[in-house]
Write a protein that binds this ligand. Structure first.
Ligand SMILES: NC(=O)c1ccc[n+]([C@@H]2O[C@H](COP(=O)([O-])OP(=O)(O)OC[C@H]3O[C@@H](n4cnc5c(N)ncnc54)[C@H](OP(=O)(O)O)[C@@H]3O)[C@@H](O)[C@H]2O)c1
Length: 327
């Protein structure tokens, strides 16, 4: 069963999950490690080895997430994921773990990572405590060694409990993105920013309704900051998100997530696409864009519809991204 709560969900549809309380009740004690000690001052928490997740992956789960090819071998990437506890973000993290890609997560509540992904080897997954709204939380030293970034942060478009403590679109989608990008190493190979369709049309119906509290305006400001930062970027603008966030919080369940019928992918440019997209498809698009050179400097809108999709086949994703650019 999936929560209906989503960042751009109309307020009348909002349901408030209670899982934050559950997370807090299941916090395991972090074990000490050399890296944890070294980075304690900069709030970097790290994880030690556990067989909880990786050992129990089975063929079925791998096939569900990566239906058309096996996970690539581990790479030299170190991917920083922000919003890794969110609907799209948790699928990004699970999928990168499955592909043996090293990650650093920036989380307001690092304990959530253990609940979602189990305890992982320090080499594979490190967790930094930080709130993107607070630039003092984002010391550039915390991002040393990071080669790529996938930014999946967000909040609700309309007032909700997720705005508590002023966690509003202005603070998260604009100031948070600005703070993050400002702190990132200039040597970064790529930042992938998850934004939204409609950001260029926030004054037009029906987008102006979605934009009543500024979410589209602030996402566009975040986009522009990324574009002007000089860091190589790709912007992914999803339609309305479907499928998830998932309510069973462990890596194996996340890896079993499927896009259901909605596997066929539509990619456009020019902010003309309107529709829905599976969170799993958005997560895969972010990961694929990291590996496809010609997506650098591009903005793509993405939807998914019933039918067969590209799964994790990079050649098929290349065709989809390329076709969008030729339209
Ligand atoms: N829902 C839609 O239909 C829709 C449509 C188009 C685009 N989008 C966008 O797509 C992206 C992914 O959506 P989603 O539904 O997967 O997101 P989500 O479930 O709302 O997750 C948001 C993530 O951002 C993190 N976050 C929020 N405020 C933060 C802060 N101040 N500092 C650090 N992290 C913070 C949250 O962490 P915590 O655990 O700390 O809260 C969570 O991990 C978002 O940018 C969203 O706006 C959504």
């Amino acid at each position: 069963m999936a929560f209906k709560l989503s960042s751009l969900t109309p307020i009348t549809d909002l349901q408030f999950p209670t899982f934050h309380t559950q997370f807090l009740q299941t916090i395991p004690v972090f074990r000490s490690s050399s890296l944890q000690q070294k980075l304690l001052d900069s709030k970097l928490h790290s994880r030690r080895k556990s067989s909880l997740c990786s050992n129990s992956l089975n063929q079925e789960t791998v096939q569900n997430l990566t239906p058309t090819s096996t996970p690539p071998a581990s790479s030299n990437k170190l991917v920083l994921v922000t919003g890794g506890t969110g609907g799209v973000g948790q699928l990004v993290v699970a999928s990168l773990l499955n592909r043996d890609v090293k990650m650093r997560l920036l989380l307001r509540n690092p304990e959530k990572a253990t609940t979602l992904f189990g305890e992982q080897e320090e080499e594979k997954l490190q967790v930094i405590k930080g709130d993107t709204r607070n630039s003092e939380d984002l010391d550039p030293s915390m991002f040393e060694g990071v080669t790529h970034v996938i930014c999946c942060t967000g909040t609700t478009a309309f007032p909700s409990r997720r705005w508590d403590g002023e966690n509003t679109p202005e603070r998260v989608d604009w100031e948070g993105v600005r703070n993050l990008v400002s702190a990132l190493p200039r040597s970064l190979s790529r930042i992938i920013l998850v934004s939204s369709v409609g950001v260029t049309k926030s004054n037009e119906l029906p987008w102006s309704i979605m934009n009543l509290f500024g979410v589209l305006k602030y996402k566009k400001m975040g986009e522009d900051f990324v574009i002007n930062s000089g860091i190589p970027y790709t912007i992914i603008r999803p339609g309305r998100l479907t499928d998830g966030p998932y309510t069973s919080y462990d890596l194996n369940t996340l890896l079993k997530a499927t896009a259901g019928e909605r596997r066929a992918v539509l990619i456009g440019q020019g902010d003309k696409l309107v529709g829905e997209v599976s969170r799993l498809v958005v997560a895969e698009a972010c990961i694929q864009a990291l590996n496809i050179d010609f997506t650098e400097g591009q903005i793509y809108e993405i939807n998914s519809v019933p039918g067969d999709g590209p799964g994790s086949d990079t050649e098929k994703w290349k065709e989809l991204f390329k076709a969008a650019q030729l339209q």
